[in-house]
Design a protein around this ligand. Structure first.
Ligand SMILES: *[C@@H]1O[C@H](CO)[C@@H](O)[C@H](O)[C@H]1NC(C)=O
Ligand SMILES: *[C@@H]1O[C@H](CO)[C@@H](O)[C@H](O)[C@H]1NC(C)=O
Ligand SMILES: *[C@@H]1O[C@H](CO)[C@@H](O)[C@H](O)[C@H]1NC(C)=O
Length: 360
C-alpha cells in the first residue's frame, strides 16, 4: 500500500516536472491586434560602453556626455524579458523631447547585443550593481544620476540605492518590491497573500534547473511561452507583430536566453555559493548590505495594480518600510489602476508624465 502511494507520488511529481518543462503556452496569433503599432526610434542611437568589469553594454545614449554635462543624467534599467528599447522606447522619446536630460539606457549584461558572460556568478547582484556604478561614474563621469528601473533592473536599482546612495539623486522604481518586502509580507501579511505570492513565484525555482531545461521551455516553438507571457502580462492583451519581431530578435541573440535565466540562478544559487565562498576564504567579495536597509534618497514607487506576478500588498510594504522616513516628504507612491506589470508599455503617457514631473 505504502509502496503504491509512493510510486503514485513519484509519478505525479515526474508528471508535474515534465509538464512544467515541456508544456509550451500556446500563443494565439490573433491576439496580435494592431499590426501598425510600432516602437518609435526617433531618438535611438547605440553606444557600446565597456564597464570596469570588462563587459560591453550595448547602450541607448541620448545626448553627449561632454557637451551635455550641464544636463542631469537619467539611467534607465530594463527587466526580464525585455531590452532597453522594448521597455523604455516611449519614455526615451518623451524624456529626450523635453531636452532636459542626458540619457543612458543599457541593454543589461546578457541581453540583446550586450556581452554575455557565461557563468551564473557573473550575474550575481554584486556584478550587476557594478555595471550601473560604471555607467554613472566611469563612462558618464557624473557624481549622481536619476535612476529609473523596472523588473530585474529594479531589483538591481533597489540594491544599488542601498550600496551607493551617494550615486543617486532620485530613485524611481516600477513594479518591484523593496528587497525586504517579501520578508515583511510573511511577517505582516495574511496567509492568503503569502501563499498567493509563493504560487506566483514558482517559476524562480524552475529557472534554477540547469540549461537546457528552462531554456528549452522558452525558446521552443518560436518563443511561444515568452510571447504569451508578454501578452498575458499586458492588461490590454495586445502586442503588435512589429513589437514581437523586435522581442524575438533580442531573444535570438546567441546566449541571450541562458543569460536571462542566469539572472535568477545568480540571485538564488549564486547568492548561496558566494556566501559560502566568502565564509570559507574569509573574504567579502560577494557581501552586500542587509536587505532591510531603508532607502535614503527620494524615491518614487510606481505600481501597476494588475501585476500577475507580484502581490499588490508588496507595493505598500515597500513604500512604508523601504523608503526612509527622512526622505518621505520628497517621495511618492503611485499605484496605477488597471495597469499591468509592464507599466512602461501599458500606460506610457502616465509614466512619462510622472517622470517628467518627478525628475527635476
Ligand atoms: C494602431 O496603432 C496606431 C499607432 O499607435 C494607431 O494610430 C491606430 O489607431 C491603432 N489601430 C487600432 C485599430 O487600434
Ligand atoms: C517567429 O516569431 C516572429 C514574431 O512573431 C515572427 O516574425 C517570425 O516570422 C516567426 N518565425 C518563424 C520561423 O515562425
Ligand atoms: C538590439 O540592439 C540593436 C543595436 O545594437 C538594435 O538595433 C535592436 O533594435 C535591439 N533589439 C532589441 C530587441 O532591443
Amino acid at each position: 500500500m505504502l509502496r503504491l502511494m509512493l510510486s503514485l507520488l513519484v509519478a505525479a511529481f515526474a508528471a508535474m516536472i515534465a509538464n512544467t518543462v515541456l508544456k509550451v503556452t500556446p500563443f494565439d496569433a490573433n491576439s496580435v491586434v494592431n499590426k501598425t503599432r510600432d516602437i518609435s526610434t526617433t531618438n535611438i542611437k547605440y553606444t557600446s560602453i565597456k564597464t570596469t568589469n570588462g563587459v560591453h553594454l550595448n547602450t541607448i545614449e541620448v545626448g553627449d556626455r561632454i557637451k551635455d554635462k550641464n544636463k542631469p543624467l537619467v539611467v534607465l534599467l530594463h527587466g526580464f524579458p525585455e531590452t532597453a528599447l522594448t521597455c523604455w522606447h516611449n519614455q526615451i522619446d518623451a524624456l529626450a523631447d523635453s531636452g532636459r536630460y542626458y540619457i543612458l539606457a543599457p541593454d543589461m549584461r546578457g541581453y540583446n547585443k550586450s556581452d554575455k558572460p557565461g557563468n551564473f556568478m557573473d550575474y550575481h547582484l554584486i556584478n550587476l550593481i557594478s555595471d550601473v556604478h560604471s555607467l554613472i561614474h566611469d563612462y558618464a563621469g557624473r557624481e549622481e544620476a536619476y535612476l529609473v528601473a523596472h523588473d530585474w533592473g529594479a531589483i538591481v536599482a533597489w540594491r544599488f540605492a542601498q550600496t551607493h546612495p551617494g550615486s543617486i539623486k532620485k530613485l524611481t522604481i516600477i513594479n518591484v518590491p523593496h528587497p525586504a518586502a517579501a520578508g515583511l509580507l510573511v511577517k505582516h501579511g495574511s496567509w492568503s497573500q503569502v501563499f498567493s505570492q509563493m504560487w506566483k513565484s514558482w517559476y524562480i525555482a524552475f529557472f534554477q534547473l540547469p540549461n537546457p531545461l528552462p531554456e528549452y521551455r522558452f525558446t521552443n516553438n518560436n518563443y511561444s511561452t515568452l510571447k504569451a507571457a508578454l501578452r498575458d502580462l499586458t492588461s490590454s492583451g495586445k502586442i503588435s507583430e512589429l513589437e514581437l519581431q523586435r522581442y524575438v530578435q533580442g531573444w535570438s541573440e546567441p546566449g541571450a536566453v541562458t543569460s536571462m535565466m542566469n539572472y535568477y540562478r545568480g540571485f538564488l544559487m549564486g547568492n548561496l555559493y558566494g556566501t559560502i565562498k566568502d565564509k570559507l576564504f574569509s573574504t567579502n567579495t560577494y557581501s552586500l548590505p542587509p536587505t532591510t536597509d531603508t532607502i535614503k534618497k527620494p524615491t518614487m514607487l510606481i505600481w501597476g495594480e494588475q501585476d500577475l506576478a507580484l502581490e499588490f500588498a508588496l507595493a505598500g510594504l515597500s513604500y512604508d518600510y523601504g523608503v526612509d522616513e527622512s526622505v518621505k516628504s520628497q517621495s511618492r507612491f503611485v499605484p496605477l489602476a488597471g495597469v499591468s506589470h509592464f507599466a512602461t508599455n501599458d500606460a506610457p503617457e502616465r509614466v512619462n508624465e510622472l517622470l517628467l514631473e518627478y525628475l527635476n
